[in-house]
Design a protein around this ligand. Structure first.
Ligand SMILES: Cc1cc2nc3c(=O)[nH]c(=O)nc-3n(C[C@H](O)[C@H](O)[C@H](O)COP(=O)(O)OP(=O)(O)OC[C@H]3O[C@@H](n4cnc5c(N)ncnc54)[C@H](O)[C@@H]3O)c2cc1C
Length: 390
């Protein structure tokens, strides 16, 4: 086992840091928590695209860089460290491009991958429905063949960023007679088609990041069916492993981690910096232990991907562990900041730009999104511990 990065990888990390430092200097963004999913900046995405950093692992023949998953992890780790607004391209780069590469036709690859790589196609994830979350196979949205099109009717919910995205990766039922897992297909759908209504929902922080999306007789050309008809559920399972396994499960709130450490160094209580308080030192050290363990889990997932295997139980394990760390980080920061930590970013008395407030509230959802911790533990029980299914 080799824990070292190559010289080339170290150089790449430095190049990404230099880029982000420069963007910070130019004022393109301010570091924020959750920026990978809530920071929508087409301008920033275009700049990342110009560096060749979208589709880093995809084959060169489709415009990618043909690099490995550890390289991609270095890139995403730095984006998260800086709290950079990468939400426009994150989903497409993380899982949709990969799904198109794996299941798409040559025509789909040639049409869609270059648009993603150039930072022009932003793709949301249209899976969950009001009555289909953990049990995704219960979804009710219908896609019915009609001439050269599928006609889509139904509703999605929680669709992150749909109000910014120009595409949605849609999962719909194509055979209502088949057993529920066997009648589902995947589509890529432009969000400006007639019959689509996108309605933002207000989240726990007061922000609007996810949406309800309604489909009312939406005609989608058949050429946008991805993969095999009625095999969509099995295709999705593979995609979810990629969705769960990235550094965003550990570092969504990294700007808070740095800020709270800095705060304890700069803030005095009874004449002494908080950083000299043994209890606070112990709390911060405990967070560091959890952070480093989580980071190793995620690098292990990238190594599994580079071996050509889909990370399955590995991504379930790392997501459960890392999202618990994120929640622990937020509650520790709130405890250290005392009552001021509960103030929202708008308050003039708020410490560290309100990062603790937002992160405490947002991190509640981390153990739900992309598969709840209970579901992931079930996956671990079955696929790693080989316990019988329930
Ligand atoms: C911030 C955020 C962003 C999201 N973004 C998207 C998005 O972009 N696109 C998208 O499609 N979806 C998105 N989701 C939805 C997410 O995938 C679902 O919330 C998740 O799959 C859980 O589904 P549910 O909310 O319907 O909860 P339910 O499935 O109803 O679960 C409710 C509770 O019951 C538990 N439970 C359910 N079944 C079992 C079981 N078999 N065994 C043990 N416990 C069980 C769950 O763990 C949970 O605690 C997002 C969610 C959040 C919070």
């Amino acid at each position: 086992m080799d824990f070292k990065f190559s010289e080339e990888q170290n150089k790449f990390r430095q190049e990404v840091r230099d880029f982000l430092e420069e963007e910070l200097r130019q004022g393109t963004f301010q570091p924020s928590c959750d920026a990978w999913i809530t920071g929508f900046s087409p301008e920033f995405t275009k700049k990342v695209a110009a560096k060749g950093w979208i589709g880093l692992t995809w084959p060169k023949e489709y415009g990618g860089q043909g690099r490995n998953y550890v390289d991609r992890l270095i890139l995403t780790e730095e984006m998260l460290r800086y709290g950079a607004p990468a939400a426009c391209h994150w989903f497409a780069d993380r899982q949709i491009g990969g799904a198109i590469l794996h299941y798409g036709t040559e025509e789909q690859k040639k049409e869609l991958l270059p648009k993603i790589i150039k930072g022009e196609a932003y793709v949301g994830l249209g899976m969950s429905e009001p009555e289909a979350g953990s049990d995704l196979a219960s979804l009710q949205t219908r896609a019915v063949e009609d001439g050269d099109d599928y006609v889509i009717d139904g509703q999605k919910v929680w669709t992150s960023g749909a109000h910014y995205m120009n595409y949605v990766y849609l999962v719909a039922r194509t055979d209502p007679e088949a057993p529920k897992h066997r009648g589902i297909s995947e589509f890529i759908v432009e969000t400006n088609l007639p019959g689509i209504t996108i309605r933002p929902l207000t989240d726990i922080t007061g922000g609007q990041h996810f949406n309800e999306v309604f489909f009312d007789g939406v005609r989608v050309p058949q050429k946008y069916l991805i993969g095999e008809k009625n095999k969509g559920f099995y295709q999705i399972l593979n995609q979810l492993d990629y969705e769960r396994s990235g550094m965003e499960r550990l570092m969504a709130n990294y700007p808070l981690f740095e800020a709270i450490i800095q705060f304890t160094k700069e803030t005095k209580q009874n004449g002494k910096p908080l950083s000299q308080d043994p209890l606070i030192r112990s709390k911060l050290a405990q967070l560091k232990i959890e952070f480093e363990v989580g980071r190793l889990q995620i690098y292990r997932v990238a190594v599994v991907m580079d071996e050509g295997r889909a990370p399955n139980w590995e991504s379930a394990l790392s997501k459960v562990y890392c999202t618990a760390f994120e929640q622990h980080l937020a509650s520790t920061a709130i405890a250290i900041l005392g009552l001021y930590g509960q103030l929202s970013p708008e308050s003039k008395w708020v410490p560290i730009r309100g990062l603790a407030h937002d992160s405490y509230l947002s991190s509640k959802g981390y153990s739900l999104q992309a598969g709840t911790s209970e579901i992931l533990k079930n996956i671990l029980a079955m696929r790693k511990l080989e316990l019988p299914s329930q």
